[in-house]
Ligand binder design. Sequence first.
Ligand code: ZN
Length: 418
Amino acid sequence: MGQLATRREECRICGSRRLSRFLDLGLSPLANRFLQQDQLDDEEPRFPLDVFLCADCSLVQLLEIVDPAFLFRDYIYVSGTSDTMRAHFSSFADEVTRRFAFQSDQLVVEVASNDGTFLSNFEGRGLRLLGVEPAVNIAEIATERGIETINEFFSEDVGERIRTEYGPAACILATNVFAHLDDMNGFVRGLLEALDHEGIFIFENSYVRDMLDHLEFDSVYHEHLSYFSVTALSALFARHGMEIFDVQHQPVHGGSLRVFVKRQGASHTVTDAPARFCAEERDSGLCDFETYEAFATRVYELRSSLMNLLNSLRGEGKRIVAYGSSAKGNTLLNFMEIGPDVVTYLVDKSPLKQGTFSPGMHLPVLPVERLVEDRPDYALILAWNFTDEIVSQQQDYIEAGGRFIVPLPTPHIIPESR
Ligand code: ZN
């Protein structure tokens, strides 16, 4: 293998070198690189997980760039598996088509279209649909279900190819991908290549304010290169003659932004939301380094309190497993060094993950049914953003005496007492 990671010296939006580190989560393996049994003895690549704030544009970011070809090669997050996300994508698609009343035969593109779950919500509306998805195995799933998919990373070249081969796009969508990009400026140039003059870019991504407010340090992993505020995003688009014309706060993934972007000069009305978000961010210290330092202190305190809880339960002879082998879960497990001595195994609904081992801590991943068969005393919910869904689906486990541990923002147990 060649060099797997490089270290950036400048802010990926504005090029500034005034970057300060506020959080150090240690050397961490790739959060989505689940291992097969025969890989367990191989040396596992680990990379620093350090988070920085840019003093000039306020972008919160990682500077360690793992080669995307390595990072996403065997990516196995499949969006179709969660009920919460299916419902979210469906209402998102409804809002977009209602609000923008696209003409039939207009082109709607999704970048990092995954298995086509989101785009499939636009079927039956007379639109032409196109996915762009770099992961070979996942692009194949989308193609099999009838969503035409370009198997590439989106770039300026791919933007140009879309315009040439399919015509200019009326709408480009991206959910939880914008944060994965190192070359954000190149990506925006690609949008300008592909979009019609009135074309819009709509994307969703985690909101840095929620990360701070709810102590969601586990949204930090090597795929997530940026942690967005509206302030930083506005700076990015302004560099390219684009502007944010609306922003909404969404509850998914622990709190996300839904951002609507157009060319400056296109006719879509600019709402008061972008300016309001920026003012609130300034007032709540989202541009100040001290705010991030205080966040880091709370993260280190959380580690102590969660480990105290788990260790005291272990001391009482309780058996603990973990629920949901999400990437964020692996950040938490590795940062807190929760291995098989603390948590016996992980359960997960995705058949692609079952039979594998979690990165770094090497917890075996078993089917969710195991929870009811085996009845461990506690299940630590790593996919805490799906807590309500998990608890409602696992009533049999709870009725049999099982309890869940929600790790953050303050570790707590569901049901509280029995
Ligand atoms: Zn910057």
